[in-house]
Design a protein around this ligand. Structure first.
Ligand code: ATP
Ligand code: MG
Length: 433
């Protein structure tokens, strides 16, 4: 066996007993007659102490390894108050499992921070850093909380195709691909499929979805491949029913993150749980507030990054980090958004600290209106025949949202760049690793 205990699992019961540990050699301090080897195992670090006089061969072996080599060490676990985790391992047997080449493309514990591209080029090493790993451990916890909350509300998890035949739901650029003799596209979201499911009796569905978007932006909050909690629910009376689910979902995810004590400590972060319900502010009021602060935004426009940021500052002054923008102008929302009169829609965004984290709406369920809106948005109903068919034979009222997981993590942990929140980011120039 290569490992009987992780560094974190060693307890007083192990003292004066033999344990086997395994991991990466983080550091070697060779003082001549004694050497301290710091071993990192994915949960923490521990110290191996080797005396030249007592075990000259092991001393030679352990001090000659290159940093980041993977080893397994069997030895006696000794209590030692001077060592950070209260014990050390006195080695009896050492096995090298994989020698690391030198020099390392990226240091794991170096004081100087490598530039972001070097880190991403060597993501497998970057991820050895506890503060980077912590982001993904929290990501795992918040996604588990999302599953738990949504299932408790009778939502079922579904998986819809990512390779799709029609070019677009409008609004964003899509990636084209060759599907045998046909042209196909990567889905920008599961929108059309999750709506089709509303015609089936699977009244509440969600998907942890991949979004593929071929937009050439290069910002701190856009990826070309991202993930989202995407949800649709039937028999709603208005978009308010959807907003209630969304705010409770966000709340339960935020709360689950606040319980990740170890990871938050590593990241030196405190998380305050937001109060429910979140504020709801009609678009018109938002425009009014922005104009008061000299924004040049015109009525009907979608909020740009600068306006979103300004609104974030305004809301923060009122002690609000989360807020919905509701009743968007019809023209600024996708074709499937339910109109509210001539000018407005039942579309909303959820914002967190000046960044959009989710968009949703009540959807149109009347096929005639849907065709009309497709036309008004410059799209050809012919391209949407398979989708429209699902509306022709009985479609209940419904609504839903798409809620970006990386955007959420970014705001949760105050991370400046969204690329930090996904393992292997895809952006305008990055396709590897
Ligand atoms: P934005 O206006 O911020 O570019 P959007 O309105 O185009 O986003 P939606 O189509 O509403 O995005 O997608 C729903 C959610 O998915 C967004 O609120 C966001 O959290 C996330 N999302 C959308 N596009 C991206 C992207 N390119 N990178 C990361 N997350 C995204
Ligand atoms: Mg949006």
């Amino acid at each position: 066996m290569y490992r009987s205990r992780y560094s974190k699992e060693v307890t007083q019961k192990d003292y004066d007993k033999q344990v086997t540990v395994a991991g990466w050699i983080e550091d070697i301090r060779n003082l001549g007659s004694i050497a301290f080897i710091i071993l990192r195992d994915g949960k923490g670090t521990l110290q191996i102490t080797v005396l030249k006089k007592k075990t000259p061969e092991l001393f030679e072996q352990l001090t000659s390894f290159s940093r980041e080599s993977v080893v397994s060490v069997k030895g006696l676990c000794k209590e030692n108050e001077k060592v950070r985790n209260g014990y050390e391992i006195l080695p009896e047997e050492v096995e090298i499992l994989s020698a690391a080449e030198t020099p390392l493309p990226l240091g794991v514990v170096d004081k100087v921070e490598a530039d972001f591209d070097t880190r991403l080029d060597n993501r497998f090493i970057d991820l050895r850093k506890p503060e980077i790993q912590a982001i993904f451990k929290i990501r795992n916890v918040v996604i588990a909380a999302a599953h738990q909350y949504l299932r408790s509300q009778s939502f079922i998890e579904v998986h819809t195709p990512n390779i799709i035949p029609s070019s677009s739901e409008g609004g964003t650029e899509v990636f084209k691909l060759q599907y045998f003799e046909k042209e196909a596209f990567l889905a920008q979201s599961p929108q059309l499929y999750k709506q089709s499911l509303m015609a089936t009796g699977l009244d509440r569905v969600y998907e942890i979805a991949w979004y593929f978007r071929a937009e050439e932006h290069n910002t701190r909050r856009h990826l070309n491949e991202s993930t989202a909690v995407d949800l649709e629910m039937a028999y709603i009376s208005s978009e308010e029913d959807v907003m209630k689910i969304l705010e409770n979902l966000v709340h339960s995810m935020w709360k689950s993150a606040s319980e990740c004590k170890e990871e938050l400590e590593i990241l030196d972060k405190k998380i305050a749980i937001p109060k429910l319900p979140f504020a709801r502010m009609p678009y018109d009021e938002v425009i009014h507030k922005l104009h008061e602060r000299k924004s040049g935004i015109e009525w009907g426009q979608d909020l740009g990054a600068e306006d979103e940021k300004l609104l974030g500052e305004i809301m923060k002054e009122g002690g609000k980090e989360f807020y919905f923008i509701t009743r968007y102008p019809l023209g600024s929302k996708p074709f499937y958004t339910m109109p509210e009169g001539e000018k407005y829609s039942r579309g909303f965004d959820l914002e967190c600290k000046g960044v959009e984290i989710a968009s949703g709406s009540q959807r149109i369920h009347d096929v005639k209106l849907l065709k009309k809106r497709l036309g008004a948005c410059g799209l050809n109903p012919k391209d949407f025949e398979a989708y429209l068919k699902a509306f022709r034979y009985g479609m209940p009222p419904h609504g839903g949202f798409g809620f970006g997981i990386e955007r959420f993590l970014m705001e949760l942990l105050d991370i400046k760049n969204i690329r930090e929140c996904i393992l292997f980011p895809r952006d305008r120039t990055r396709l590897t690793p």
